[in-house]
Ligand binder design. Structure first.
Ligand SMILES: Nc1nc2c(c(=O)[nH]1)N[C@H]1C(S)=C(S)[C@@H](COP(=O)(O)O)O[C@H]1N2
Ligand SMILES: [Mo]
Length: 407
């Protein structure tokens, strides 16, 4: 007779901790079974997301915000978009979590417990913008496959952790290091443990920036499970796919990382503009690095109605990947003339910036308010859809809202 294999004691105690009570016959639980009590079918409740968030896919789980939900300066969990390529790990055993380092360019393999990471290295907190490379994809024509994100796949939370460069110095890396890649504990949709849902990373120069951190806290609390508990790489200003969740292994590579979703049209765009629908050779595709200049009107909600004698106060956020936003403008005449909005400085590099304006309308009727940001290199958001690319990345066209002015 085949021997039954049982779930490990350490896993059981972690499961019990999540359930908040003892699992009475837990030592009889066969390996491979998950606990029903932990399978909340409602992803909104399970991950404490606001009911106004929009579910784009439940396998894998993908959810976006609406523009007006992103009005907070610091994005709270309930309004933070969720992008998964695989299955969210069911349970995390933080007490036994190990972060290991390998790859051609480490002096020798090394691993750390969470406790070691937190006690050995200095902590830093930064507010960092994470935008999915595919945010805005739904507007592409011909349509691009993938989650049909509208405007809500962006967040800017506070992340606390240790600098990647501090720990890399402790590990010891070789001169020939060119890329730092993550591996996470999430599971491929097929369930095949030999496949990774995603394994990307950043060039060594990005890895060495002060703000590139291994975070263990989001907005002052443990990172929510769906956003990468207990450890997450954060590389602000890059497409959020570079910010690995549930990180348990880091590979320091002497080549551009060739992990899952680093090749083909994944998170890559034609190096030079191409005609819509055109086939692009593999060697003519470039990895997306700094995200383009963009902005979002978060107040009021599109469809606002105001009285003729009132001015309309608008506000929102603007960001520009690794650059800053230098100028913010708005238009109420479909982009023929623009007026300056007020734009705040970022709290730190790679954090979005608040903008606001007080608008007066000439007469009653229907208007659209358009917002346009310009970065420190003088590049402005386009008014219509920018360069077509096979996967529909980098749509940074101007955001607009409808406003009705009544007597
Ligand atoms: N381990 C792991 N990390 C990941 C992903 C993933 O599927 N697995 N998705 C990436 C992508 S494509 C994005 S846009 C961001 C989304 O982060 P969020 O779900 O915390 O908003 O996580 C990135 N990190
Ligand atoms: Mo993404």
């Amino acid at each position: 007779m085949e021997r039954r294999k049982f779930v490990k004691k350490s896993t059981l105690s972690a499961l019990a901790a999540v359930l908040g009570t003892e699992i009475v016959f837990g030592d009889m639980l066969p390996n491979g079974y998950s606990i029903l009590g932990l399978q909340d079918p409602d992803p909104f409740k399970k991950f404490q997301k606001d009911v106004e968030m929009v579910l784009l896919n439940d396998r894998p789980l993908n959810m976006e915000a609406q523009a007006h939900l992103l009005d907070d300066s610091i994005t709270p969990n309930k309004y933070m978009f969720v992008r998964n390529n695989g299955k969210v790990p069911e349970t995390i055993d933080a007490a036994n979590w190990k972060l290991s380092f390998d790859g051609e360019s480490v002096q020798e393999k090394k691993s750390y417990s969470l406790e070691e990471l937190e006690s050995k290295f200095k902590h830093y907190t930064y507010q960092l913008t994470l935008e999915c490379g595919g945010n805005g994809r739904s507007e592409f024509d011909p349509p691009a496959k993938g989650n049909q994100w509208t405007v809500g796949a962006v967040s800017c939370a506070n992340w606390t952790g240790i600098r990647l460069r501090d720990i890399l110095a402790d590990v010891g890396i070789k001169e020939d290091a060119v890329y730092v890649a993550y591996h996470g504990a999430d599971v491929h949709l097929s369930g095949d443990p030999s496949k990774e849902p995603i394994s990307r990373g950043v060039p060594i120069s990005k890895a060495m920036q002060e703000e590139t951190i291994l975070a263990f806290k989001m907005n002052g609390k443990d990172i929510p499970l769906v956003h990468g508990y207990p450890l997450r790489l954060i590389a602000g200003g890059f497409p959020a796919s570079a910010s690995g969740k549930w990180v348990d292994r880091i590979s320091v590579r002497n080549i551009v990382h060739d992990g899952e979703k680093m090749k083909g049209s994944s998170y890559r765009v034609p190096c030079k503009p191409v005609a819509p629908g055109e086939k692009v050779k593999d060697e003519d595709m470039c990895i997306i690095e700094s995200m383009p200049v963009k902005s979002l009107i978060t107040y009021p909600k599109s469809g606002a109605i105001i009285k003729k004698e009132d001015r309309l106060g608008i506000r929102g956020h603007a960001w520009a990947g690794e650059l800053e936003v230098e100028l913010m403008e708005y238009s109420i005449d479909f982009g023929s003339t623009w007026k300056k909005a007020y734009i705040e400085a970022p709290v730190n590099r790679f954090a979005w910036q608040r903008f606001s304006a007080s608008i007066e309308f000439p007469k009653e009727g229907y208007y659209e308010v358009w917002a346009r940001a310009t970065d420190t290199q003088g590049v402005s958001q386009p008014m219509i859809l920018p360069g077509w690319n096979p996967k529909g990345y980098l749509n940074n066209a101007c955001h607009r809202i409808a406003v009705k002015v009544s007597l």
